[in-house]
Design a protein around this ligand. Structure first.
Ligand SMILES: [Zn+2]
Length: 158
């Protein structure tokens, strides 16, 4: 037992000193054993699901904070900081529609203009009230919120 421990320690020290050699051996083994690698990866995923999920949740949370740091933490209509969302000003034109894929797209694109922070209520309202789409009224401005204000004015004058 003591002998085996000593052997392991010697082996570990050798590996530590020869990292490049070890990496190259491992790379070659992975290349030559794709089925074993696949099975091993699957075993890891199956036994570490919670660890993988919580890691992903943390990375998404950090990414969303970065996005809010750039576009603002408060809703640009009411100033609320509860349930912030990223809104495509003027409706969805490019990039992923929402969620982590949109956040990653924004970050990779170095925070393009045409996006803003809205609270969930105002984002929903903005999405629902698309003047061009639902009222057939053109030229009401690019935002659904702006359009809503304009529609209310138009209805008042009818
Ligand atoms: Zn709001």
């Amino acid at each position: 037992m003591v002998d085996r421990l000593r052997k392991n320690a010697t082996h570990r020290a050798w590996c530590h000193k020869n990292k490049e050699k070890v990496n190259s051996i491992n790379d070659t083994w992975r290349k030559n054993n794709p089925d074993k690698v696949k099975a091993k990866d699957k075993r890891y995923r199956d036994t570490n699901q919670e660890k993988i999920n919580s890691g992903m949740r943390e990375r998404r949370k950090r990414l969303f904070q970065e996005i809010l740091d750039h576009y603002g933490h408060a809703c640009q209509v009411c100033g609320s900081t509860t349930n912030p969302c990223i809104d495509h000003i003027g409706g969805h034109l490019e990039g992923p529609k929402n969620g982590p894929s949109l956040w990653a797209w924004l970050k990779n694109g170095n925070f393009p203009p045409g996006f803003r922070t809205l609270c969930r209520d105002h984002n929903t309202l903005d999405g629902l009230i698309r003047a061009d789409k639902y009222f057939g009224v053109k030229g009401l401005g690019i935002s659904g919120i702006d359009s809503l204000v304009r529609i209310i004015e138009l209805l008042k004058n009818k």
